[in-house]
Write a protein that binds this ligand. Structure first.
Ligand SMILES: [Zn+2]
Length: 124
């Protein structure tokens, strides 16, 4: 039997793939143009306003938005991309886990089970 604190090879492979995918998040980055609070701003007077980034995400089922400082925009873009990669990894896990189970338990699936059945209950 496996020990609880000894990760399986599959678990180790999974963790190894996860580690470089930090930072990671789920949500979406939106660009908005907003006026600033400076009294004599040229950009605002011309109607150009200012480009700001917002991060939209869901928290406990509710849609939320947070202002994103300019210095964090590239970091968050990378985190979003990493989040998509992690999601892809998770989608791949179901088939891998089932394939691994079948490889370790051949007697309980398909043709092998029929053979076992015939052996225990011979018809002739
Ligand atoms: Zn302004």
């Amino acid at each position: 039997m496996k020990h609880k604190n000894t990760p399986s090879p599959l678990q180790q492979r999974f963790l190894k793939k996860l580690l470089p995918l930090w930072p990671a998040l789920k949500g979406s980055l939106a660009q908005v143009r907003k006026p600033c609070i400076r009294p004599n701003c040229r950009a605002c007077a011309l109607g150009d306003k200012h480009l700001n980034y917002l991060l939209a995400f869901t928290h406990k089922g509710r849609r939320r938005c947070l202002y994103v400082p300019r210095a964090m925009v590239q970091v968050l873009k990378r985190a979003l991309e990493n989040g998509r990669r992690i999601e892809q990894l998770l989608y791949e896990m179901g088939p891998i886990l089932l394939r691994e189970y079948r490889a370790q338990n051949p007697a309980q699936t398909g043709p092998a089970m029929q053979v076992k059945h015939k052996k225990t209950h011979p018809k002739s």
